[in-house]
Design a protein around this ligand. Structure first.
Ligand code: SF4
Ligand code: SF4
Length: 351
């Protein structure tokens, strides 16, 4: 691809650190000399140091980004990348200056860590900043969890990697693809403002529903069959005359055992273990307590390098509830027998 005339993407080679281009296809191994620092070693003998920072979920100001760019100019030849989990990585850092860079990044409020057996950067959807479907505030929960678990991010003292994903509604599977997932839930079904329904395209609204819960009513309106509605909110995106239900009933569920990697037992979807917790900003104590409860039981009982799902697979779900002290609910029962196959058919995997 070329950007001749300003059209198209920038040639990829222009944005890759020279050491990576030079050693393309030749990287042999890597080491983690300390939390947040990755040393990649090429078969040519070249090395490339990467320093990883936690990033806030979903948003960062231009001023902060410019400060990070200044650090990249000073310490990594201007090169950095933002990872799939939203971590910020300085690439090809001058080895003698790693300590200085870490000091400056931490002084700016960016903890360094998230490698190996630690908490990796918490992923959260933008929720209300960008989207009209959220039932909870994922960036807010991510901030509260990040503050509470900061030492787990900065140290390698967990049995294995711990990934936490937060989605503010049930329409995106990402929250189910992490060791611990938090998923926003609308507990009330949408409200149809019948006198306004003329402004909406009725066939589009009816077909927006994944469970066929929307039926035509009269000449212009629709009705929602309560037994079929899963409160996903999709119909509210297609029609201004359909509003999400009572926000006071909104909250989130907690799922455990999802995985988005080919290691160990392979990719899998998490299972709901707590069907509902109330929205409680700004410190989200219920979410923090639930995550700490699950993490502590796993830390105490897991074998070395055993991810959350592999631990549960070994001990069984019965013992998971006993060891974590989480109450079993009838709503935890997961009837989706194709969960594993679904996870393994994701475009990211060659399972
Ligand atoms: S997970 Fe749901 S609430 Fe969050 S951005 Fe995606 S669709 Fe919107
Ligand atoms: S909230 Fe979802 S399931 Fe319920 S009626 Fe709307 S589209 Fe259908």
């Amino acid at each position: 691809m070329s950007n001749i005339g300003g059209v198209g993407v920038t040639p990829v080679e222009e944005n890759i650190p020279p050491v990576l281009l030079k050693n393309y296809g030749k990287w042999d191994t890597h080491e983690i000399p300390r939390p947040g620092v990755i040393k990649r070693i090429s078969e040519t003998g070249d090395v490339c140091y990467t320093v990883r920072l936690a990033m806030p979920p979903s948003r960062i100001s231009v001023a902060t980004m410019l400060e990070l760019c200044d650090l990249a100019d000073e310490y990594s030849g201007g090169y950095f990348r933002i990872t799939l989990r939203n971590s910020f990585e300085f690439i090809d850092v001058i080895p003698e200056k790693i300590d200085e860079l870490i000091g400056k990044a931490e002084a700016m409020g960016f903890p360094v860590g998230g490698t190996k057996n630690s908490l990796h950067n918490i992923m959260a959807c933008p929720a209300w900043i960008h989207c009209n479907l959220p039932a909870t505030d994922s960036p807010g929960i991510a901030k509260a969890l990040g503050d509470a678990l900061i030492e787990e991010f900065k140290n390698h003292r967990l049995p294995s990697w711990l990934k936490i994903n937060i989605g503010a509604c049930a329409n995106i599977e990402e929250a189910l693809m992490a060791d611990i997932g938090i998923i926003g839930v609308h507990r009330d079904q949408p409200i149809v403002i019948e006198e306004k329904m003329q402004i909406c395209e009725r066939p589009t609204v009816i077909h927006s529903c994944p469970t066929y819960a929307i039926k035509p009513k009269g000449k212009h309106s629709v009705t929602i069959v309560a037994e079929k509605c899963i409160h996903c909110g999709a119909c509210t995106m297609h029609c201004e005359a359909i509003l999400t239900g009572d926000p006071k009933l909104d909250g989130y569920a907690v799922a455990v055992g999802g995985k988005a990697s080919n290691t160990g037992s392979g990719p899998d979807l998490g299972r709901v273990v707590i069907p509902y917790l109330p929205n409680n900003p700004p410190r989200w104590e219920e979410a923090v307590n639930a995550v700490v409860q699950i993490m502590d039981a796993w830390r105490k009982d897991a074998n070395p390098d055993e991810r959350m799902r592999e631990w549960v697979n070994r001990i069984g779900w019965d013992r998971f509830f006993k060891k974590t002290g989480i109450m079993v609910s009838i709503k935890d029962i997961d009837g989706y027998i194709y969960g594993s196959e679904f996870a393994r058919s994701d475009l990211r995997f060659g399972w």
